[in-house]
Design a protein around this ligand. Structure first.
Ligand SMILES: O=C([O-])C(=O)C[C@H](O)[C@@H](O)C(=O)[O-]
Ligand SMILES: [Mg+2]
Length: 418
């Protein structure tokens, strides 16, 4: 089962003006679709970031992997590691520090997922079986709420409308819960004064008395502000996500906050685990196979976390169905995923490169696909359309801050802001 060919296709799809600590989402989100084909004619899919610097590394890696056996993951990882010479950071900075190890893991991930897809197809078994076997039939996701503008400036309003205050956030939650059946709620904060974001959480608590709630300001608060918010929301939050920046300051908040702290920013690669564990900085790790080196490494991460009493949930950027399938197989096979995972799926509003049918939401959870491999098929017409959109949209890297500054020139993304 040797790799005969790898096709790397960047795509673009519409993204609403979602606000976050870094600025605002641009009108187009970028992803890269990886298709690996073996000498036996089996093919597998992977999905990763679409930023140009990353895309170029994925393209270079693809050439270096031709001829390797799809089971030879150690060799595939070494070849990728040898090629990824420099550190590639995100312009938005929402997923923490970039390191060499994390840069390698990001490039390796889509190839690993595609190889697992192939290995599952060869055996006639779902990827979750290759990861240890599913311990749940369906994977719960949270309603991922964002403050947002009604539409991109100069364009018509989108169907989600504006959400710029607690009432708008509650209305957005009602819409997503009605359409998807979500049973937990995450609010992306770090946009307004902390007191307004506290009010939004309290309004959500009143409107949805039994939904677990989380708040994630992407580390824009000081230690003192984080503690004020934590105290104001005592008994209301399931966890508080990345209130402040860095392992040390997170540990200072964790020592006095009444709820666990979660992160997808201060622990983003294996080398961050020892100091975070030593200092008691986190209670929940939001893993993400796109930067933790794929699915098998994410399972290893989960085992390490279990050893040290850290529970797991899952982080999400804008993504398509190949990633949703991979996330669902992974979360199905990891026993200590204790809370609903994040997904941006509702914001993609039906745009996808996978044929409809394999993935659906039932009561806020995605039933684990039972077909061989990832259980999803590429929709080649949709892929061609989205690739054309990539070529014509004018964006080559995600940059929420520069886009925000077009409309608000004094916007700053410095930390801490409050
Ligand atoms: O901290 C997080 O959960 C994220 O970084 C998730 C996404 O990146 C989200 O904040 C976004 O895309 O604006
Ligand atoms: Mg986060």
């Amino acid at each position: 089962m040797n790799i005969r060919e790898i096709t790397v296709t960047p795509v673009a799809f519409r993204d609403p003006p979602l606000l976050n600590a870094a600025g605002v989402h641009e009108p187009w989100a970028l992803r890269t679709i990886v298709e690996v084909v073996t000498d036996e004619g089996l093919s597998g899919l992977g999905e990763t970031y679409g930023d140009l610097a990353h895309l170029e590394k994925v393209r270079t890696a693809a050439k270096a992997l031709i001829g390797l056996d799809v089971h030879a993951q150690n060799e595939i990882y070494s070849r990728v590691a040898a090629l990824v010479g420099d550190v590639v950071s995100d312009l938005h900075g929402l997923t923490g520090a970039a390191t060499k190890e994390k840069s390698v893991d990001r490039v390796y991930s889509p190839f690993e997922v595609a190889c697992l897809d192939i290995r599952g197809k060869a055996l006639g078994r779902p990827v979750s079986d290759l990861l240890g076997g599913a311990v749940r039939e369906a994977v719960p996701y949270s309603a991922y709420l964002f403050y947002k503008w009604a539409g991109h400036p100069g364009e018509a309003d989108d169907r989600f409308g504006a959400a710029l205050d607690p009432e708008g956030i509650v209305a957005q939650a009602r819409l997503l819960i009605e359409e998807y059946g979500f049973r937990s709620i995450k609010l992306k904060g770090g946009v307004f004064e902390p007191s307004q974001e506290v009010d939004a959480i309290l309004a959500l608590r009143e409107a949805f008395p039994s939904h677990p709630l989380r708040l994630d300001p992407n580390a824009v608060w000081s230690v003192e502000t984080s503690l004020e918010v934590a105290r104001a929301l005592e008994g209301t939050l399931e966890y508080l996500e990345d209130p402040t920046a860095g392992i040390e300051d997170m540990a200072a908040v964790a020592a006095r906050a009444p709820m666990p702290l979660a992160t997808n920013m201060c622990v983003v690669t294996f080398e961050h685990l020892p100091p975070a564990i030593r200092q008691g900085a986190i209670g929940v790790l939001l893993s993400d196979h796109h930067y933790w080196g794929g699915l098998e490494r994410s399972v290893q991460l989960a085992r390490l976390c279990e050893t040290f009493g850290i529970s797991l949930s899952m982080h999400s950027n804008s993504h398509l169905g190949i990633s949703l399938a991979a996330m669902t197989h992974l979360a199905a096979a990891v026993p200590n995923v204790a809370t609903a995972c994040d997904t941006h799926t509702p914001w993609q509003d039906g745009q996808d490169v996978v044929a409809p049918g394999a993935l659906r939401f039932v009561d806020g959870a995605v039933p684990v696909p039972k077909g061989p491999g990832l259980g999803v098929e590429l929709d080649r017409d949709a892929l061609a359309v989205m690739h054309e959109q990539y070529l014509t949209c004018g964006f080559t890297a995600r940059d929420d801050t520069s886009y925000m500054r077009r409309f608000n020139p004094s916007f700053t993304n410095t930390r801490p802001r409050w």
